[in-house]
Design a protein around this ligand. Sequence first.
Ligand code: IVH
Length: 692
Amino acid sequence: MTKKEQLSLFSEDPAALLQKLAKDIAHHDRLYHQKDAPEISDAAYDALRARYKALAKAHPDLVPADDPDARVGAAPLGGFRKVRHKVPMLSLNNAFTDEDIIDFVERIRKFLNLKETDKIPMMAEPKIDGLSATLLYEKGKLVAGATRGDGQTGENVTDNIKTIKSIPHKLNGTFPDRLEVRGEIFMTHKDFSKLNAQREKDDEPLFANPRNAAAGSVRQLDSTITAARPLAFFAYALGEVSHMTWNSQSGLRKKLANWGFTLNEPSALCETTKDMLAYHHKLEEKRHEMDFDMDGVVYKVDLFAWQERLGFVSRAPRWALAHKFAAEKAQTKLNDILIQVGRTGAMTPVADLEPVTVGGVVVSRATLHNEDEIKRKDIRIGDEVIVQRAGDVIPQIVEVVLSKRKKTASVYEFPTHCPICHSLALREEGMAVRRCTGGLICPAQIVERLCHFVSRDALNIDGFGEQRVRTLWEEGFVKTPADIFLLHEHEETLSERKGWGALSVRNLLDAIEAHRTVPLDRFIFALGIRQVGEATARLLARHYKTFEAWRKAMIAAHDEDGEAWQELTGIDQVGPLVARDLAAFFAEPHNEKILDDLLNQITVRPAQQGAQNTALAGNTIVFTGSLTTMGRREAKTRAESLGMTVSGSVSKKTDYVVLGEDAGSKEKKAKELGVKILNENQWISLTEGKKI
Ligand code: IVH
């Protein structure tokens, strides 16, 4: 978790945090399911989901409309025809410890009202790390194949699926007329290495891991490309089926094998929890001997009659569970410790390692988090260390192998100055991070800050990817935020840059022009002042109204005995820590200069006035469910422009609740409290000043 996220954990209200977590989950789902290019490790993703789940459980009335727990994966990518799954393709809940498994079995026992002595046979199978697919057979003939997509709707990849050798085009023996077989498409380690070796020779980008290679191959619009990729398929479940002559998962597995499918083995029918754990343990040990990636074990209640009774909770069955394997580890030498400097100057130590293979991926860097972490783990340069990789990215150092410590191992002195701009680096009391004080003169911070400045929630200028900002900075076109608004002077030079193109430069310049007037709150947020997130920026804008007034007040707030300080810290939800960061920003002469230059280029629009006159001013409104005519953000902005307060949860103080589609528990709460409920049309009428 970055410092910013940690801070927001405390400073944001749970509704905002839930929404933020939901947004993050959706973002990572998209990267994983549509782009095959995850940015975070599986473990980090699991942690994100766990955080969301815990918070959602504590605040069921605040669950956002795009509740990730009610959704699986991401909506399918454009390009393929869409297929609606008759039986949804669901996901599995994850478990990590033995206790989780004991609880799982006990929950089932309770649910089914079984006795202590009753056995609950469980099918245990390897959990394959590939991509799930569903195959439709009519009268034994393969007629269609689709990916999971978001669980409800997938992509029709029939032509591609037909090129996979282990998928039978015709079933053997007897079979139901209509049968949907589900399983995992994957690539073996051997085939993955061969494919990447060939790609290296052909100067093509390498796949990060077998899962990405498999997913990328299935999603080829040209099926001859898929045919050239060595894909395989394991069958493990059914979707729609016209007629069943078997009544258990173990029975189904036998059928699948008879029909001609390859199964994910070794599997075991376990009678007790002890058997299940023993199976998990054995498979984890054998993990590296297998030629395919497994990320755990799946337990499934064997009897279908029981599965049916147990049913589902939102996106996962109650009758199955994924028991994940522990993160993979390896031992290597720590060659050096490097320092990375982020947007707010936070200096993060990074381990420079002797390259080592951890779970099939070569690792040469690992995060060390912060200064204290190095001390706590007593990590010295030259030490042998244990590296752990949970998923694909950001490996970590678990511990030092003390028995192997050499006399030459040296204690690391955390730098007191920024390695990039050489400004003093300070550590505030009670804080884990040391920060470079260089602010906008520190190159490392500038690029990050420029990216933040143009980002969606700040100035929202399209066409500025991080790489582009970096290039513009490195080549001297953009050194400060104000330079962005002078880019038009370089249109010709930029259009001639390799890989940019006149059209994309034109689009970028148009986007910049469209944002020469900025609302005060977005402007404050865009400055990237520490601890000043969107919510604080909005509070400040609302309070001080104009940029000039705000600036004057922030400069004066330097004096903590003065009136300006009193006023600032008197704003609800602005504490002394935030106030100090604001004052510190204005105390820096180079920040003052940056603001002056910027104001020569742009106009800061005062916070919306006049709202107080509307009939709705002062009312509190809650939006729930998905709105069809306007997005959430737009609805919120409109309400705020009418002087209303938008809240995430329904309470006695709520005046209106607007129900979108699939509204959840808030409707019930609103009814209980007698809060006025509006549908979307009524809400629009209300904003137009009509009687409803
Ligand atoms: S059963 C209703 N069995 O894991 C659940 N899934 O994390 C049906 N997976 O979407 C899935 N190996 O893509 C099942 N032996 C196995 C599996 C397996 C891998 C995947 C599958 C699923 C995901 C959930």
